[in-house]
Design a protein around this ligand. Structure first.
Ligand code: APR
Length: 178
C-alpha cells in the first residue's frame, strides 16, 4: 500500500541549509553563481567548492534545474532551479513556477533521491505573491508525488510567519481533497 500524501508531503519552517535530506533545492538565478536570500545562505553553508562546481555548469534557464553535490551542507545534493520573476501574472509566471518544482523533483527522482526539501521559490527577491506561489507549490508537488512513487518525502520549507501560515493552509486544503 503506497504511503499517502499526508505521509509524503509536509511544511517545515526551517533554515533549509540545516536539513539532513538527500537534496535541498536552491532558488538560484540563471548564472548559478550565487546571490542573496536562500541562494546566498546555501552557498555560504556549502562552502566555496559549490561555486567552483557551479562555474562548470554554464548557467540554468528559468524553469529548469541542475544538480550539484552538497559539499559542506548536511544535504547530500543541491538541486538549483531558477524561478520566474513576478511581472504581474501575465507573463506565464504560474507555469514557469510549476516547472521549477517539476524539474527539481524529476532530477531528484532520476538520481534516486528520496527525501527532498524545497524553499518557497520566487517569493523573495523575485516578488512572486506568497499565497499564489504556495498553491502552485502544493498542487505541483502533490501531482509529482502521485507520478513518482520512489520519492518518499518532500518538505516545503518556509522561512517566515506568513509563508508558513499560507503554505500550511494550502497544504491542508489539498489534503482535504485527497
Ligand atoms: N532557508 C529557507 N528559506 C529561505 C532561506 C533559508 N536559509 N533564506 C531565505 N529563504 C526564503 C525566503 O524567505 C523566500 O521565502 O526563500 C524564499 C525565496 O526567496 P529568495 O531567496 O529571495 O529567492 P527568489 O525570490 O527565488 O529570488 C531569487 O534571489 O538570492 C537571489 O541569486 C538569487 O537572483 C536570485 C534571486
Amino acid at each position: 500500500m503506497p504511503a499517502s500524501l499526508h505521509e509524503r508531503l509536509a511544511v517545515r519552517r526551517a533554515d533549509i541549509t540545516t536539513l539532513h535530506v538527500d537534496a535541498i533545492v536552491n532558488a538560484a538565478n540563471p548564472s548559478l553563481l550565487g546571490g542573496g536570500g536562500v541562494d546566498g545562505a546555501i552557498h555560504a553553508a556549502a562552502g566555496p567548492e559549490l561555486l567552483a562546481h557551479c562555474r562548470t555548469l554554464g548557467g540554468c534557464p528559468t524553469g529548469e534545474a541542475r544538480i550539484t553535490p552538497g559539499f559542506a551542507l548536511p544535504a547530500r545534493f543541491v538541486i538549483h532551479t531558477v524561478g520566474p520573476v513576478w511581472h504581474g501574472g501575465h507573463d506565464d509566471e504560474d507555469t514557469m513556477l510549476g516547472r521549477c518544482y517539476r524539474s527539481s523533483l524529476a532530477l531528484a527522482d532520476a538520481h534516486g533521491l528520496r527525501r527532498v526539501a524545497i524553499p518557497a521559490i520566487s517569493t523573495g527577491v523575485y516578488g512572486f505573491p506568497v499565497e499564489r506561489a504556495a498553491r502552485i507549490a502544493v498542487t505541483t508537488v502533490a501531482d509529482e508525488l502521485a507520478a513518482r512513487p520512489a520519492l518518499a518525502h518532500v518538505l516545503l520549507v518556509t522561512f517566515g510567519d506568513e509563508a508558513t501560515r499560507v503554505t500550511e493552509a494550502a497544504l491542508a486544503l489539498r489534503l482535504a481533497e485527497a
